[in-house]
Design a protein around this ligand. Structure first.
Ligand code: BGC
Length: 766
C-alpha cells in the first residue's frame, strides 16, 4: 500500500515538475524564501489567517485610522490588505498602524480598481481595445500605474480579460470584446504597463487578472449568473487571455463569481490549482471577488465555515471583504477540515507579493506625498488620454462625408450627454475627478473658439421611466429633469436645432448603464432618446449622432435613418477634447469594433468566429433565408456591424494578396503580403486584419479566426506592402485530448478591413 502511494506521489511530482519546467514560473528567490521562512516562524495561526483578510476601506478617516474598526483589526494582525482607499496621505496613515502598532509589523497591500486610468481617466477598456494599438494600451496602463502608485496604491484589480459575446452583459465594457487573440494581446499589454520590468520600483504596481474564469459567459447576459461550457470551448475560446496575462507575469488573480463545472470559481480546485498553478505555472496569489466566499452559501455549497474551507483548499488565498476566512479557518484547522500546510501556503503567497513589491524594505514606498502632488493628472498624462480617446472612436456611418464638420456657422449640440461632467469618464472610474472631465460642449468650444456658434440644449433625459432611472443611478441622485417635462425638453431642442446649420446629437447610454450589474434585455438607445432623434431629423438639418455606449447596441433604426454615427464609447477625462479633434477632422478616426453589433437582440450571442453548422446559410450569395438551413425567419444572420468594422474619413483598398509559398512545413514560416492603399483624399490610419480558417480538423474549427493585425498610417494616395507571418504555432488549437497542436491540411487566409470584408488565398500545412 505504502509503495503504491509512494509510486503515485512520484508520478504526480514528476508530472508537476514537467509542467513547471515548461512554464515560465521563475524559481523562488532564495533571499525572499529565507526572509519569509523567518517571518512565518514567528507568526501565530491568527496572524497567518489575518493576512488573508481584505476588508474595504470602511470607516477609515485620515488621522483616525487607529481608532477605526479596521484600525483595531490591523493592530491585531487581522488584515492583510485594504480595498479602495484613496490618497497617499490616508494610506500612509493606515500603513503606519500596520508597521508600528501590530506585533509583527507586516505592511499592508493597498488595492484599488484602477481599471482605465486613475485620476487621468482613459477610455473604457472595450473602447481601448478598439484602438487595436497595443503600445497605446500599454502606455495607458503605465500612466495609470504611475498615478496610482503616486497616491499610495500598489495593487490594481485589472486587467479584466473575460471574453464576452453577449452585449446584454454590462461588464462587456470592462474587457476587450469577443475575440480570444485580441483579448490575449491586450492582457499582455496591460500587465506590462502596470508591472513594468521591476515590480519593486515605486511607480509599478501589482496587477490582478480577473475574473477567473469564464465570467463573461454568464447565461442570458445576466450578471453573476451561471456559466457552463465544454472544456474545448474554454481552452480554445475563453482561457487564453488569462493565460497570456499569467505568462506576462501578472502577480495575482481574482476569482469570478460564477460557477465552472458546477463549482463556484472560488472553490474550484481544478481552476485555482490544477489549471492555474500546475498547468500554467502561476506563482502569485489568488484573491476572491467581493464576498465571493460568502456567496457560496447561496450557491448551495454549505455554511460559512464549509465554504471558507473549500476556498482555501481549492487554492484561493485571500478573501475579499466577507471575512469568512478570518472568522472560521482557525476552527476548521482545529477540526481537521483544513491543514496547517494549506494555511501556510496561502500566507506565503501573500507575503511573497509584499516582498516583491518591496514593502518589507520600505512600507511607505508608495506614499511619497510629493509624487502625489506632482505626478497625478498632469498635462502630459491628460494629453496622452486625449490622444488615446481619439484612437478608440469608431465611425459607423458617414453618408456623403458629413463628417468631419467645418467649424463655421451655427452648430446645435443636443442631448443628455452633451454637457454632462459625470458621464464622460465611464463606469469604474474610482479615482477620477469629474471636475477635470471635459464635456462635449466644452471640448467643441475649446476647438472652435469664435469661428462658429454652438447652441446647446439637453433635449431629453437619459430615460423617462423613474424606476429605470433609479436602477441606473442607484448610487447617485436621480437624473430625470424635475423642472421640464420630456415634451418641453424636446421642444426646446427642436427650436434650437431649427436655427442651426448642423445638429450634433450626443446620446446613448449613461455611464452607469454598463459595468457591474447593468445587464439589459433591450439594447437599443432608450425610447425617449430615439424620439428626440426623430424630432431632430424632422427639422431637415443634417444630424451627426455621437453615440455614448459601454456595449454593442442594436442600432438598426439609427443606421438606416441617421446620416453619420460616431461611436465614442466613454472616452475618459478628455472625452470632449478628443471628440472635437475627430469631429472637426484634426484626427481621422481609425477605431475598429472588437465586439459585433447585432441587428437585434434576438441574434445574441453573435460573434464573427463562430462554427459553421452542417447547414450554413449561403453567405455572400444574396439569399439570407433558405428553408432548412441554419437561419432565422425574420432577419438575416449578418450582424449590423461586424467585428473589426470601422470607417475612416479616407478609404483604403487591399490588393495583391500573395503568399511566399503554398506549403508551410512544421518549423517553417509563411509570409503573407498585401498592398494597402489609401485611396481617399486625407491621410489616415487603417487596421489591416489577418484571419485564417482551418478547413478540416479533428474537431470543428471556426469560420474565421483573427491571427494578426497591423495599424498603419498612410498619407492620401500612399501605398504600402504589409507582411504578415504565419507559423504552425499560430494554427494550433486544443484538440479533443486538450493537446495544443496544429493539424496538417488546407487553410484559408483572409486579409481585409474587417472580419466580413476580406480578400483571400489558401495554403497547406504539411
Ligand atoms: C467586482 C470586481 C472588483 C471588486 C472590487 C467586485 O464587485 O466584480 O471586478 O474588482 O468588486 O471592487
Amino acid at each position: 500500500m505504502k509503495r503504491t502511494l509512494l509510486f503515485l506521489t512520484c508520478i504526480l511530482f514528476l508530472g508537476n515538475a514537467i509542467v513547471f519546467a515548461q512554464s515560465k514560473a521563475s524559481p523562488a528567490d532564495p533571499k525572499m524564501k529565507a526572509f519569509i521562512d523567518g517571518l512565518m516562524k514567528k507568526m501565530t495561526i491568527d496572524e497567518k489567517i489575518g493576512q488573508f483578510n481584505l476588508p474595504g476601506a470602511g470607516d477609515i478617516v485620515t488621522g483616525q485610522s487607529t481608532s477605526s474598526d479596521i484600525g483595531k483589526k490591523i493592530k491585531e494582525g487581522k488584515v492583510g490588505a485594504i480595498l479602495n482607499l484613496k490618497s497617499a496621505e490616508k494610506i500612509r496613515d493606515v500603513q503606519k498602524v500596520a508597521v508600528e502598532e501590530s506585533r509583527l509589523k507586516i505592511p499592508l497591500l493597498f488595492g484599488m480598481d484602477v481599471i482605465h486610468g486613475y485620476q487621468t481617466t482613459f477610455p473604457i477598456p472595450l473602447a481601448l481595445s478598439c484602438s487595436w494599438d497595443m503600445a497605446l494600451i500599454e502606455k495607458s496602463a503605465r500612466i495609470a500605474a504611475t498615478e496610482a502608485s503616486a497616491d499610495g496604491i500598489c495593487w490594481t484589480f485589472s486587467p479584466m480579460v473575460d471574453i464576452a459575446r453577449d452585449p446584454r452583459w454590462g461588464r462587456i465594457a470592462e474587457g476587450s470584446g469577443e475575440d480570444v487573440y485580441m483579448g490575449s494581446q491586450v492582457a499582455r499589454a496591460m500587465v506590462k504597463g502596470y508591472q513594468g520590468s521591476d515590480l519593486s520600483r515605486n511607480n509599478t504596481i501589482l496587477s490582478c487578472v480577473k475574473h477567473f474564469a469564464m465570467y463573461g459567459a454568464a447565461e442570458g447576459g445576466r450578471d453573476y449568473n451561471t456559466t457552463d461550457m465544454s472544456r474545448l470551448r474554454m481552452y480554445n475560446e475563453y482561457l487564453p487571455p488569462y493565460k497570456a496575462a499569467i505568462d506576462a507575469g501578472a502577480g495575482s488573480v481574482m476569482t469570478s463569481f460564477n460557477e465552472v463545472d458546477g463549482i463556484p470559481a472560488s472553490a474550484n480546485k481544478w481552476l485555482m490549482t490544477d489549471l492555474l498553478r500546475k498547468q500554467w505555472g502561476f506563482n502569485g496569489f489568488v484573491v476572491t471577488d467581493f464576498t465571493a466566499i460568502n456567496e457560496m452559501i447561496e450557491h448551495g455549497m454549505g455554511d460559512l465555515q464549509t465554504v471558507s474551507a473549500l476556498g482555501l483548499k481549492a487554492g484561493t488565498d485571500m478573501d475579499m471583504v466577507g471575512e469568512g476566512y478570518l472568522t472560521t479557518l482557525k476552527k476548521s484547522l482545529k477540526e481537521g477540515k483544513v491543514t496547517i500546510a494549506e494555511i501556510d501556503r496561502a500566507c506565503r503567497r501573500i507575503l511573497e507579493a509584499k516582498y516583491k513589491l518591496g514593502l518589507f524594505d520600505d512600507p511607505y514606498r508608495y506614499c511619497d506625498l510629493n509624487r502625489a502632488k506632482n505626478e497625478i493628472g498632469t498635462d502630459e498624462n491628460m494629453k496622452a488620454a486625449r490622444e488615446a480617446a481619439t484612437q478608440t472612436f469608431v465611425l459607423l456611418k458617414n453618408e456623403n462625408q458629413l463628417l468631419p464638420l467645418q467649424a463655421k456657422g451655427k452648430i446645435a449640440l443636443i442631448g443628455p450627454l452633451a454637457d454632462n461632467l459625470y458621464n464622460m469618464a465611464g463606469m469604474w472610474s474610482v479615482a477620477v475627478d469629474h471636475n477635470q472631465s471635459i464635456t462635449v460642449l466644452q471640448g467643441l468650444k475649446n476647438a472652435i473658439g469664435n469661428q462658429a456658434e454652438i447652441l446647446y440644449a439637453k433635449g431629453s433625459n437619459f430615460v423617462d421611466d423613474p424606476q429605470l432611472d433609479l436602477n441606473i443611478n442607484n448610487t447617485i441622485i436621480p437624473t430625470i429633469d424635475s423642472l421640464r417635462t420630456p415634451q418641453q425638453l424636446r421642444d426646446e431642442a427642436v427650436a434650437i436645432a431649427s436655427k442651426s446649420d448642423v445638429i450634433i446629437a450626443a446620446l446613448g447610454e449613461a455611464a452607469e448603464m454598463s459595468g457591474e450589474c447593468t445587464s439589459r434585455t433591450n439594447i437599443q438607445i432608450p425610447e425617449n432618446q430615439r424620439e428626440l432623434l426623430k424630432a431632430l431629423l424632422a427639422t431637415g438639418k443634417p444630424v451627426v449622432l455621437l453615440l455614448f455606449t459601454g456595449r454593442p447596441l442594436d442600432l438598426s433604426w439609427e443606421s438606416k435613418n441617421i446620416p453619420a454615427i460616431l461611436n465614442v464609447w466613454f472616452g475618459g477625462t478628455q472625452t470632449g477634447n478628443a471628440i472635437a479633434d475627430v469631429v472637426f477632422g484634426k484626427v481621422n478616426p481609425s477605431g475598429k469594433l472588437t465586439a459585433t453589433f447585432p441587428q437585434n437582440i434576438g441574434q445574441v450571442p453573435i460573434y464573427y468566429n463562430h462554427k459553421n453548422t452542417g447547414r450554413p446559410i449561403n453567405a455572400g450569395k444574396g439569399d439570407w433565408f433558405t428553408k432548412f438551413l441554419s437561419n432565422y425567419l425574420d432577419v438575416s444572420n449578418d450582424p449590423l456591424y461586424p467585428f473589426g468594422f470601422g470607417l475612416s474619413y479616407s478609404s483604403f483598398s487591399y490588393s495583391d494578396l500573395k503568399l511566399d509559398k503554398q506549403k508551410l512545413t512544421s518549423g517553417g514560416k509563411l509570409t503573407v503580403s498585401v498592398t494597402l492603399t489609401n485611396t481617399g483624399k486625407v491621410d489616415g490610419a487603417e487596421v489591416a486584419q489577418l484571419y485564417i480558417r482551418d478547413m478540416v480538423g479533428s474537431i470543428t474549427r471556426p469560420v474565421k479566426e483573427l491571427k494578426g493585425f497591423q495599424k498603419v498610417f498612410l498619407k492620401a494616395g500612399e501605398s504600402r506592402t504589409l507582411n504578415f507571418t504565419i507559423t504552425p504555432a499560430d494554427l494550433a488549437f486544443y484538440n479533443s485530448d486538450l493537446q495544443l497542436k496544429s493539424e496538417p491540411g488546407d487553410f484559408k487566409v483572409f486579409v481585409g478591413t474587417n472580419s466580413a470584408d476580406t480578400i483571400e488565398s489558401s495554403f497547406v500545412l504539411e
